[in-house]
Design a protein around this ligand. Structure first.
Ligand code: FAD
Length: 536
């Protein structure tokens, strides 16, 4: 007996924030539609999709991370950002790397640390939660004001609502305001207000008892989807292919990987299928299904990362006096005690003139892999990172080879990726800017600016890109429906068509909102079709 329904209105592949957005918006706008979400990984947190940082017990948290790391041989783990900074091919907890040989094919630089997560919630159970809005040419012109649509900001606001984005969770973090006060004179001159140094919008909230709650897909789903009796989430369920017939979507084939599921494959018919399986595996599912538009997998772009660490100078006297340098009401020590891993995140937005995005994060005194003395004042060590926008190239791509399979038995994700001269110039400029910012904040901890191996940002984009017209340069329409296959939608960062340096999840979710509204409108406008909803 299959545990899956025979028929649904909408099948969603993947339970990260992009897939969860479809479930949430459909639950809000069309709760009568039967929606099933299939996730290949296990449920590792409660509510399903919750961020593992919210798990208090360190052993349980680390088990949740390990269970997210796929079925293959994950590369050895090292819980230190220094490993990546030293150029090691290491993945971060909760993620796993492509096997040797697949991250760089046909020459080029490749993406040595390209990674994925396989668990309910996807990478959003492990992410940092930075949710900046795109600026200038990062924005999608055909959805923007100048093109007359003016939709993008409304979609981004909706994405902020779904992800639970705030800017005040670290209000009391020690020295946060001080850092911004020191950066402003070197960053802000000549910039419009929205491009000036500011608090980073983060998908995190602080509870009344002071504890931080990080948003994962659980927040995106919300009670609306969880309480929707027409919505079901199936974990340990691999979608092996999308079933189509003459350019019409018919459903999905799902393999039951759960204990007792006996790897049985079932067909679930659906009027609409949404593939939200991340920017590397959404092309995989389409390719495995024989859906191979010319642009599929192409225009892959990642944001090269350069990082630097500095110590805030001139704060010892304030600290000894017990002063609050945060600008908030609570004493600095209380705020420091409540913080995990990082405290206070500031943002230097992208501009076309400086095509990188700055994330300035205060690192807790313990553990601080970059500080070597005992007398570290909490919040005084600052990690400065720049994400650089990539020059888009058609040949940078995810590709597949007949017969070469991954550890799930799907066509293996392989990568061809080349960094251009222009990309290296941008990285050089970002490095110079980091030194300037580091000097403004205090003194460098180490003279070296470190360049992380390509793929480290985890912000892969472009592989199922959106376009205005079907000209072979895009995979889907502005509503995310795949050109030439009615009822098939793609979702996630792969849909973003521009070269961005800002963290992409907010934008990916915004585009998913538009797609989900389109599905709700289409399926509810056709009562004859919608009435076939299965009863449970
Ligand atoms: P994912 O979250 O990756 O979810 C895709 C899901 O699809 C996965 O659960 C996968 O198992 C499932 N899947 C794949 N194939 C199949 C299949 N065939 N059948 C069924 N299921 C399938 N982004 C930011 O914007 N800001 C940040 O600060 C940030 N920090 C990060 C820090 C870390 C440590 C990590 C790991 C990520 C970070 N990211 C950040 C990236 C962010 O998490 C992703 O952009 C986001 O999760 C993408 O959402 P998604 O739904 O498209 O994909």
């Amino acid at each position: 007996m299959s545990r899956y329904p025979a028929s649904v209105d909408v099948a969603i592949v993947g339970s990260g924030p992009a897939g969860a957005t479809y479930a949430r918006i459909l639950s809000e706008l069309a709760p009568e539609l039967h929606v099933a979400m299939f996730e290949v990984g296990p449920t590792v947190s409660n509510p399903p999709g919750a961020h593992v940082k919210n798990i208090e017990d360190p052993e349980k948290r680390s088990l949740a991370q390990r269970r997210s790391e796929g079925p293959g041989e994950a590369a050895a783990k090292l819980n230190s950002p220094v490993a990546l900074a030293q150029g090691k091919r290491q993945s971060r907890p909760g993620t796993y790397l492509l096997p040797d040989g697949d991250f760089s094919v046909d020459g080029g630089d490749g993406l040595p640390v390209a990674a994925m997560s396989s668990n309910v919630g996807g990478m959003s159970a492990h992410w940092t939660g930075a949710c900046p809005r795109p600026g200038e040419s990062e924005r999608i012109a055909f959805l923007d004001k100048e093109s007359g649509t003016g939709e993008l900001d409304e979609l981004l606001s909706e994405a902020e609502r779904l992800l639970g984005v705030t800017t005040d969770a670290f209000e009391d973090a020690p020295f946060s305001q001080l850092i911004r006060d020191r950066l402003a004179p070197v960053v802000d001159p000549g910039r419009v207000p929205e491009a000036r140094v500011q608090r980073m919008p983060l998908a995190v909230r602080r509870r009344d008892d002071g504890r931080l709650v990080w948003s994962g897909s659980d927040v995106v789903l919300g009670d609306v989807a969880r309480k929707n009796t027409n919505f079901e989430l199936f974990d340990e369920s691999l979608v092996t292919m999308i079933v189509t017939d003459g350019g019409e979507t018919r459903g999905v084939e799902v393999r039951d990987l759960s204990e007792g599921g006996a790897q049985q494959t079932s067909e679930v018919s659906a009027k609409v299928v949404v593939v939200a399986a991340d920017a590397l595996r959404t092309p995989q599912v389409l390719w495995a299904s024989g859906i191979r538009p010319e642009a599929l997998g192409r225009y892959l772009n990642d944001q090269s990362q350069v990082v630097f660490a500095a110590r805030i100078t001139g704060i010892e006297a304030q600290e000894q006096a017990g002063g609050n340098t945060s600008g908030g009401d609570a004493p600095a020590a209380k705020a420091a005690g409540a913080i995990s891993e990082t405290s206070g995140v500031s943002w230097v937005p992208y501009t076309d003139e400086k095509p990188f995005h700055g994330q300035i994060m205060q690192l807790d005194a313990s553990p601080v892999p970059v500080a070597f003395d005992d007398a570290v004042i909490p919040g005084s060590i600052v990690g400065l990172g720049m994400f650089c926008a990539k020059e888009l190239q058609r040949d940078d791509r995810v590709l597949f080879t007949d017969g070469h399979l991954d550890s799930y038995g799907m066509p293996a994700v392989r990568i061809h990726y080349t960094v251009t001269d222009r990309d290296r110039e941008v990285m050089d400029a970002a490095e110079a800017e980091l030194r300037r910012l580091g000097d403004a904040v205090g003194e460098p901890l180490d003279e070296r600016v470190m360049r992380l191996p390509f793929g480290a940002s985890l912000h892969y984009q472009g592989t199922t890109r959106m376009g205005q017209v079907d000209d072979g340069e895009s995979v889907c329409s502005p509503t995310s429906e795949v050109w030439g296959v009615s009822g098939l939608y793609v979702a996630g960062n792969g849909v973003i068509p521009t070269s961005t340096a800002c963290n992409p999840t907010l934008t990916g979710v915004a585009l998913a909102v538009k797609g989900a509204r389109d599905i709700a409108a289409k399926l509810t406008a056709e009562p004859a079709l919608a009435s076939t909803t299965r009863t449970v």
